[in-house]
Every structure is written in C-alpha cells, then in structure tokens.
Design a protein around this ligand. Structure first.
Ligand SMILES: Nc1ncnc2c1ncn2[C@@H]1O[C@H](COP(=O)(O)OP(=O)(O)OP(=O)(O)O)[C@@H](O)[C@H]1O
Ligand SMILES: [Mg+2]
Length: 253
C-alpha cells in the first residue's frame, strides 16, 4: 500500500451567521494516495467547496486539519493548485500574461498553454476567448505551477456539454501522462465515475461528513462509449444515486 500523501483529519468548519453558528462540516475524514484521482460528490450546499478551499488553504478550518507528508498545512502553497468553476482570469492581461503571473516564467507558461491546446491564443485577452478556451487557460495556469495536488471545484460546471466532455478528456489525458493527486468537486454523477479512481460521497449539511467511499475499479484509459455499456458502471451509478436519494429530499439527476 503506498503511503498517504494527504490526510484530512476530523475536519470541522463552523460559519458565523446572523442567526448563529452554522456547522457546515463536522469530523470529515479522508486520505489520499499519490496519483489518486478522487471526486467529492454531494448535493448543493453540502460543504464540498468548503472542504476543498480548506485543503487549498484559502479558508480557515475550525477544528481538525489537513496533513501533507505528516505536516499540517497552514495557508495556501505552490504544492496545491486550484481551478474554480469560472476561469477567474484577469481581463486586462493576455492569456500568456495570466499564466506567467502564476508561474513567473514565460517559457513555462507558453508550454502549458500549448499542452492544453490553446497556445495560439496566448496573445489574446480573456474577454476575446470562449468560455471553454478561458477554462483551458485556467487549467494551464494551475498546471504551470507543477503542483503535487490539483484541486478542481466544478471545473466544467459552466461549460456546454460538448466542451465539457472535451475538457474532461483533456484533464484525464494530462493526468495520465503526468499523474498527480487530484481532488475534484462535482455534483455530476457520470463525470465522477468516468474520471475518478474513487468517489467520496458527502452527507447533506449541517454537520456534513463522509457518507460513503466508492472505489471505481474501471480500467483506464476509459472511453464514454465503453463506460455506457459497462455493467460495473451502472452498478456504481445506482449505488451513488441510492445514497444521494437517501440523504436528501431533493431530486437527484
Ligand atoms: N462564508 C460563509 N458564511 C456562512 N455560511 C457559509 C459560508 N460559506 C458557505 N456557507 C454555508 O456552508 C454550507 C456549505 O457550503 P459550500 O459552498 O461548501 O457547499 P457546496 O457543497 O460547495 O455547494 P454547491 O454544490 O452549491 O457549490 C452551505 O450551507 C453554505 O450556505
Ligand atoms: Mg461549491
């Protein structure tokens, strides 16, 4: 068994709200192996982004902690790169300048823009680019840091379904050629099964925690067509939907 690279230990997050403290996440426990691709899945508002942003060091924890190589993290670090649902590029800078701002080396920035297939747009400004191209730039910016951990918060959530599939495959290709530990927040069941080695299902808040850990033992590289015909794929899908229905009164897609 390989050594854990990251451990989330008894993580609790309490928000102060006008109506009193709100315990969004309580005693969240998880560990991640090197090179593992893990989804964090759950209903809207269950606390996925809260957990991910604490892992990124963008938000303070209330109790518990995140341990990398035996040491507790305290704040953001270049070992953990984040991609948000919206590209969050600076509109007054070119695509190349946006990436260079992160990695501080133009040659490296261009290499990653090319790697994600948008080298030709390097000199253009974000408002001139499509949503999908902007998100590719955001992915290049994260990868240009050459992080050990890639933290993705619904990175394809704002894209149309064709672009979404393209970018899912891009991230998978990049991860297969250069494995790193990936934590991806999503509420798309099919996306989680198609992309991940393991799916962590969160219960609904308040006091959200890990409800179920589901390994996805489907061979790689995966293809959509193959997945759609695979009985194991449907077994996992059923298990996830069963969990989500049980843990919420809301409709599950
Ligand atoms: N700064 C804050 N102050 C108060 N409450 C907050 C704050 N941030 C998040 N919350 C609450 O904590 C809970 C978890 O929020 P979070 O954004 O982590 O959920 P999520 O699973 O990412 O949801 P979604 O799928 O909609 O993105 C929600 O009930 C939310 O309203
Ligand atoms: Mg969220």
């Amino acid at each position: 068994m390989p050594q854990n690279v990251m451990q989330i230990s008894s993580l609790t997050k309490v928000f102060d709200t006008p109506t009193g403290p709100y315990v969004a996440v309580k005693d969240f426990q998880a560990e991640f192996q090197p090179g593992e691709f893990v989804a964090l899945l759950g209903h809207s508002g269950c606390g996925k982004s809260t957990v991910l942003s604490i892992v990124a060091g963008l938000q303070e924890r209330t109790e518990g902690g995140v341990i990398v190589d035996g040491k507790e993290i305290d704040g953001p670090g270049l070992d953990r790169a984040f991609v948000f649902q919206s590209p969050c590029l600076l509109p007054w800078m070119t695509a190349l300048a946006n990436v260079t701002l992160a990695c501080r080396e133009e040659r490296r920035a261009l290499k990653y823009l090319e790697l994600v297939g948008v080298g030709e747009y390097a000199a253009q400004y974000p408002p001139e680019l499509s949503q999908g191209t902007q998100q590719r730039v955001a992915i290049a910016r994260a990868l240009s840091l050459e992080p050990r951990f890639l933290l993705l918060d619904e990175p394809f959530g704002a894209l149309d379904s064709i672009t979404r599939c393209e970018l899912q495959d891009l991230v998978l290709d990049l991860w297969e050629t250069e494995p790193k530990t990936v934590l991806m927040v999503t509420h798309d069941v099919d996306e989680a099964i198609y992309m991940c080695d393991r799916i962590i299902l969160m219960t609904d808040g308040p006091e959200s925690r890990v409800g179920l850990n589901i390994p996805v033992n489907l061979p790689r590289p995966r293809s959509r067509r193959w997945a759609m015909e695979n009985p194991e794929y449907f077994r996992i899908r059923k298990e996830i939907i069963g969990f989500l229905e049980h843990h919420s009164k809301q409709f599950v897609h």
